[in-house]
Design a protein around this ligand. Structure first.
Ligand code: PLP
Length: 338
């Protein structure tokens, strides 16, 4: 089977296992997969791979907040649709998808529903039964567990092939000696995250809102993603006339760890596919900043960032030919209310 070639020994193999496994095991049911155009590359690149090997993939467009609707999913389902894969929450802009509604549509239509819940597990309440989730991917380091360990939930009755040959570990689903310290560490971290979720969410969301409010006072800035349906720890903003990577350097010099998009693509200078998909022009998408907060952050740290940022932005704008043109032509993408 060509599908087997793509296997990698990393957490991304949870997303890979679902897509490649369903495509292989259930091909008599159909060869059409539905996903969104803002998924993590663990999904998108695997879908592209499958397209080269006989599958058809529909990439649903998202709205300006990075949201798809259950209606869009329903309208895209065809007779040969075998799988819908929609992320629980987006890793760059923090938007939380209407998972229960999408799960309901998939159940009604008899199509498997997978969600990449890497950003949601440990931070948002999840009930695979109530939300009709058939398969769910998660990763330990997103809730303070060890790096390099993840898990795939598979509903009873779904039979995915072992895509790695050579052993019967994990009930024939993933050959190879289990990473026991990783597994135990992830379980312990998850137990702690779930037990403290309500309290943590309240604290982290308050920090997030404080930071967003302060950052948006900077002229010609914008919040990316949904204001209401947003991961508690996600702050994603764009500043016009600023180059994101330089902003990161200046922040780094002050001890602030930030990213300009997805950490996984931080080696790439292409604008984020997510920011382009929500309708941002290239030059605005280039001025993006993503800050991730957790319960160990403090109001002092948030205020420190909010004070550090304006002079950095001002400095970068003063050197930017793009900013000079935007001012001269008054051709801003954002509209300031200040
Ligand atoms: N899916 C999403 C939504 C993610 O945010 C990430 C990591 O950031 C991944 C998949 C990949 O997880 P890992 O880095 O553990 O392979």
């Amino acid at each position: 089977e060509p599908y087997r070639r793509q296997r990698q020994m990393c957490i991304r193999d949870s997303d890979n296992t679902v897509l490649l496994g369903v495509a292989e095991r259930y091909k008599s049911k159909g060869n059409h997969i539905i996903t969104t155009n803002i998924e993590h590359h663990a999904i998108l690149h695997t879908c592209e791979y499958l397209e080269k090997h006989g599958c058809e993939v529909t990439y649903l467009p998202v709205d300006e907040n990075g949201m798809v609707t259950a209606e869009q999913v329903k309208n895209a389902i065809r007779d040969n649709t075998v799988l819908v894969s929609v992320m629980f929450a987006n890793n760059e802009v923090g938007t939380i998808m209407p998972i229960a509604e999408i799960g309901k549509v998939c159940k009604e239509k008899g199509v498997f529903f997978h969600t990449d819940a890497v950003q949601a597990v440990g931070h948002l309440p999840i009930d695979v039964k109530a939300q009709n989730i058939d398969m769910l991917s998660m990763s330990g380091h997103k809730f303070h567990g060890p790096k390099g360990i993840g898990a795939l939930y598979i509903r009873k009755g779904i039979n995915l092939p072992n895509l790695i040959e050579g052993g019967a570990q994990e009930r024939n689903r993933r050959a190879g000696t289990e990473n026991i310290p990783g597994i135990v560490g992830m379980a312990a971290a998850l137990t702690e995250a779930v037990n403290n979720m309500e309290e943590n969410t309240k604290k982290v969301a308050a920090l997030r809102d404080r930071l967003i409010e302060k950052i948006l006072k900077i002229p010609h800035s914008r919040l990316n993603g949904s204001r209401e349906n947003r991961l508690p720890g996600n702050v994603s903003v764009c500043f016009e006339g600023v180059e994101g990577e330089s902003m990161l350097l200046y922040l780094d010099m002050q001890g602030v760890c930030a990213s300009s998009g997805s950490a996984c693509t931080s080696g790439s200078l292409d604008p984020s596919h997510v920011l382009l998909a929500i309708g941002l022009p290239h030059e605005v998408a280039h001025g993006s900043l993503r800050l991730s907060l957790c319960e160990y952050n403090t109001e002092e740290e948030v205020d420190f960032i909010a004070e550090a940022l304006p002079p950095i932005i001002e400095r970068l704008r003063s050197m930017s030919p793009l900013w000079e043109r935007l001012c001269r032509e008054n051709s801003f993408f954002t509209h300031d209310k200040h």
